[in-house]
Design a binder for this molecule. Sequence first.
Ligand code: SF4
Length: 409
Amino acid sequence: MAQGFCLTGKSDTVQESRAEEKSGRAEEFRKPGLEPREAAARLKPAAETLAAWYQENARALPWRTNPTPYRVWISEIMLQQTRIEAVIPYYQRFLAEIPDVRALAEIPEERLLKLWEGLGYYSRARNLQKAARICQEQYGGKLPGSFPELIKLPGIGPYTAGAIASIAFGEKCPSADGNVVRVLSRLLAAYPDNLPDKPAAQKAFGAVVREIMEKTSLYPGTVNESLMELGETVCLPNGKPLCGACPVSALCLSCRNGTQELFPPEIPKKKRRVEERTVFLLTDGEKLCLHKRPPQGLLASLWELPACDGYLTQQEAEAYIGKILGAPVRAVPAGTGKHIFTHLEWHMTGYRVECPGSLENYGEALSAAGFCAVDRQEIGQDYAIPSAFSRWSEFWASEPSAESAKKIP
Ligand code: SF4
């Protein structure tokens, strides 16, 4: 059944009273029964104005030049959970070394992860390669040209499939992310009732975008991209849209009502789990110990600094590593770090641990613990280390700077 657009649900009272305070015209944005088709009919003039604005004002981003399916795909995957400015250098480096599906299918995983180092969510890189291998085997080294086939590939969900299908192939597919939900809900000053989470909101507003594509002769990719562009550059989140610079302000109901801050209503975030960890910079001066993470799960198969659960005291850290090496060691505090994943936070405390003699003398003990002693200078070039450990990266990227020398006594 089609989702109606109105303001109901448990946060109504607060939202409505805030709206009444703001505009004194709360009735205007209660629209029970506004269906996707009706919503699209209302949005048609705004979508057309927006498409013309986009043609003139779109930011020059590297993936917008020559938007082949491969280039759109790589950019959309990199942009998941990652800011545009952060993605641009990665995208350019990636495309220079891996220019097509075949190169992606064939590149060694270790090198692929090195190119992805620092971008986070490493399963994205692995899924890219899995999908590229499928494209090699089943689609002649090209991405398939339709939404239903794209969405079957590893790592490609409805949003990404919609973006590739609409931008690269011109298929009438929505690609509704948080930006699109925000722009449309503000333009309409309406929001579907009883949406439990963000994916449900994106699906509901995606249905409106699909109807807009049906009702206009606009290129589907432009419909999606112009909505996203407005959301990223003008119709900003957190109650601060730049309505004075908006090309569709005259057509925007929430702007007229002064109710922009009510749309979209906030969906409460789940609390992240906190894990406390102790991290060891186990070194003999020349080499540093790394540990390879398991092939499944968080940061799968990436190299990390050896660590254990919980915060250890200095004495406990010395005992922990001393037991592994079978020799007494000295540990000194090396600062703390924090890393936030989507549903998890790592709170870390570090110790620099001096190995008594060369690490090479402890080969058996180290491999029994799953540690690998690596030349410090080689780490930066050849080993993909997640940004969770970047707090300590100066230690292996080069000789410690004056600043890090203070942090790592
Ligand atoms: S007028 Fe303001 S709230 Fe409406 S779409 Fe434009 S920026 Fe967003």
